[in-house]
Design a binder for this molecule. Structure first.
Ligand code: GUN
Ligand code: FE
Length: 418
């Protein structure tokens, strides 16, 4: 039987990045989780259906976080005077090691997932840890929450402390196990996750690329985030032309759908490959600043027509709420603009687009309210004095800047309230 959901309220979303689509006091109809249309007057054939009327509240697409580390959730806001490689060595690996402990993993991943959903993220690309058992728990916890996610067991077989790396064999075996177990899941699915080139041998990368191809599984990793990291990649992979080439030559750069975090210092050849291979890049503004990697040249990439999404990069970024990442992306664009006026600032609609439809396209038709898209939505209640005085775009901008989970009064994934 068809599952029909009809909600009414002030609907706002971005179909294209440069403007908001606003439908005040409209109905949005979802059938079996897929949006059928938006109407001012309810079509006659739905007359007898119940309508969830949200009154003055506004309805927006759920947030999509294209890059974060569940196993770093406890260290948000710590070690924030360090740069990337020291931060990994001094804080991160030690925490990630603990996820071998099943009861620890259960407790922390539950807290992580609760916060993710509370803040309105309904789709995410998530790194677990190197622990296969721990990552299996992450799959289960996320399945329970009802949101959509790609989840990766982190692959590392060199250049990290012994207590956290695996042999190439173990790393592949665990990855294969999770792929076999979860590849046919509806919403929480596996993604191949070499941490980054420096902690991978060529052999590991090669075999991960083969797994990606064999099972048609997407890929996520980090690329070109930090100058020391890039120099290190050059030294470790002398036969590769550049950082991107390391992934590309092993079938980990767009051969299956691929999302790469950061990409701050990509050269011309690398950017051509990003575009040609249709690789999605994730802008992680908080992380760019916190571990002082640099600022992704977002405007340049947008002008090139690259596919971009937003990431909280917990815990390089310190806030899991994606509206905060949207705001920080705007703020960083203003800093860039003050130095280089030719790089225009990011508008509210552009930032919103990145965190909804931009990232959402990695999951198929999500992140928008166009016909045929999955109905993933947040219902937002703001202060009545703001609601009464301002238009929809101003109200949304205000929510992005100062709102939080207290303003989110309902969450829908594929037409089901969660
Ligand atoms: N590069 C390799 N590992 C990491 C990580 O955990 N966080 C970030 N931001 N960059 C990385
Ligand atoms: Fe990261």
């Amino acid at each position: 039987m068809e599952k029909i959901l009809i909600v009414k309220g002030n609907i706002i979303f971005t179909k294209v990045s440069n403007r908001f689509e606003c439908y005040e006091d409209h109905y949005i109809i979802s059938i079996n989780g897929i949006i059928e249309g938006i109407y001012k007057v309810l079509p006659q054939k739905y007359e007898n259906c119940t309508v969830k009327d949200y009154g003055e509240r506004f309805i927006i697409p759920g947030f999509v976080d294209l890059h974060l580390h569940a196993a770093q959730f406890l260290q948000c806001g710590m070690g924030m005077t360090k740069k990337l490689l020291d931060w990994l060595n001094d804080y991160t690996f030690d925490l990630e090691k603990q996820f071998q402990d099943v009861s620890f993993a259960k407790e922390v991943y539950k807290r992580f997932a609760d916060q993710l959903v509370a803040k309105g993220t309904l789709r995410a690309c998530i790194f677990g840890s190197t622990s296969t058992k721990g990552t299996e728990i992450l799959f289960e916890v996320l399945k329970e929450k009802g949101i959509g996610a790609y989840v990766g067991k982190v692959n590392m077989d060199r250049n990290a402390p012994d207590f956290i790396i695996e042999t190439t064999e173990e790393s592949i075996k665990g990855t294969k196990y999770l792929i076999e177990k979860y590849k046919d899941e509806k919403r929480v699915r596996p993604i191949i996750t070499p941490r980054f080139a420096p902690t991978s041998t060529e052999d590991l990368l090669q075999r991960l690329g083969e797994l990606a191809e064999k099972y048609n599984i997407p890929v996520q990793s980090h690329v070109s985030e930090n100058i020391d990291e890039i120099n290190w990649v050059g030294a470790l992979f002398p036969d590769s032309k550049n950082y991107v080439d390391v992934y590309d030559k092993h079938g980990l750069f767009g051969q299956t759908p691929t999302v790469m975090a950061h990409g701050i210092y990509l050269d011309k050849d690398e950017l051509n490959r990003v575009k040609r291979n249709k690789v999605t890049l994730t802008h992680c503004p908080d992380s760019n600043v916190n571990v002082r990697s640099g600022i992704m040249p977002l405007r340049k990439y947008l002008n090139m027509g690259l596919q971009i999404g937003l990431g909280s990069d917990i815990a390089g970024g310190h806030k899991i709420a994606l509206n905060e990442a949207m705001v920080r992306a705007i703020q960083l664009s203003k800093l860039v603009n003050m130095r280089k006026p030719e790089y225009e600032i990011l508008s509210a609609s552009e930032a919103f687009y990145l965190g909804t439809k931009g990232g959402g396209s990695f999951f198929g038709k999500t992140g928008s309210f166009e016909k045929g898209y999955l109905f993933d939505a947040l219902v937002i209640e703001d202060d009545e004095w703001i609601a009464n005085r301002y238009g929809l775009e101003d109200r949304l901008e205000s929510f992005l800047y100062i709102g939080d989970d207290r303003n989110i009064c309902a969450r829908y994934v594929e037409g089901c309230e969660i």
